[in-house]
Design a protein around this ligand. Sequence first.
Ligand SMILES: Cc1cc2nc3c(=O)[nH]c(=O)nc-3n(C[C@H](O)[C@H](O)[C@H](O)COP(=O)(O)O)c2cc1C
Length: 352
Amino acid sequence: MEKRKDDHIHLAYSDVSQVGSPWFDEVLLIHNALPELDLADVDLSADFLGAKVSAPFGIGAMTGGTELAGKINAELAKAAEEFGIPMYVGSQRVALQNPSVRWTFEVVKQHAPTIPKVANLGAPQLSALPEEKVVEWVVEAVEMIDAYAVAIHLNAAQEVVQPEGEPRFRGVLEKIKLVKRAVGKPVIVKEVGNGISKEVAERLAGVVDAIDVGGLGGTSFVSIEGARALGAGLELYRRISEVFKTWGIPTAASICEVRSVFGGYVIASGGVRSGLDGARALALGANFFTMSQPLLRAVLDGRIREEISAVLTELKVAMFLVGARRVSDLAKVPRVYGPRLREWIEQRGLRC
Ligand SMILES: Cc1cc2nc3c(=O)[nH]c(=O)nc-3n(C[C@H](O)[C@H](O)[C@H](O)COP(=O)(O)O)c2cc1C
């Protein structure tokens, strides 16, 4: 599993990991030539599931479990703490099964004591565990990073194309309900790059506090697993990956899907590549956005602070240019949708 984690980091860094479009170019926010505010008046402060944070932006779920992952987590955590923004960790299963790598997650609470941190476990693993074990794992995962919230990831497509994958999703919803009852903290359900539909969001409504759409158009684990399969000479997996690598719901469409039926907190992720994309996601009805792969690259290139600072500046400029003083004003700004998103909204009967 540890080799797989490092393979994921190296392949995610490369362009092979980036597939399709999140459709943010289908969201045109209308320029406001008379914003009646100064750039300095724009207030990025936000609420993250009840916690005050300095921006509606955070570090997405990535890694843990290896020496390299531990170093990456430490650097991400230091930057998150400095900027006062939330941070997820990657799946903690590896550390629950092998305590010798717990430190690769614990560094996050050491370097980021005050920001909201998000624990992470996978649905297929929960599905396979007996109830008592689920509760034990969740409690331990929370304690490992002093988590403010818990994310459960849904990654059906990834499990299918991963040779050692576990495409077992029977009983997952009941396990998610169990996690919510046991943990006493906000629970987030997230995808990892294939998006969440309104039908799924309807089933999660009233069960979880937040949905992180994890839409199509940025990092694709189907493509990453395909590249691993190619390296290992596993032709069938490579082929399935090629066929399914653009499978999923583009992030902009997924935000509309979820927001149409889900009254809870909505997090946008998957192909968010600038503060302007973030502003578009918030205009569509998301409460918060995260980036993963660009922040991984930035850490590995030694420019994480510059990257976060640039995203926050871009968000501020976008808000200024549409006349939004506060983050919540973005939901009301005039916009035009491109033909693909408009068609999607119409055919799916969404309110967006
Ligand atoms: C190296 C890497 C590892 C990841 N590992 C996890 C994980 O363990 N758990 C999870 O929920 N998501 C994981 N993800 C998925 C991200 O949280 C996110 O959903 C996805 O990368 C799309 O966002 P992006 O396009 O900004 O990268 C990982 C992403 C990357 C780049």
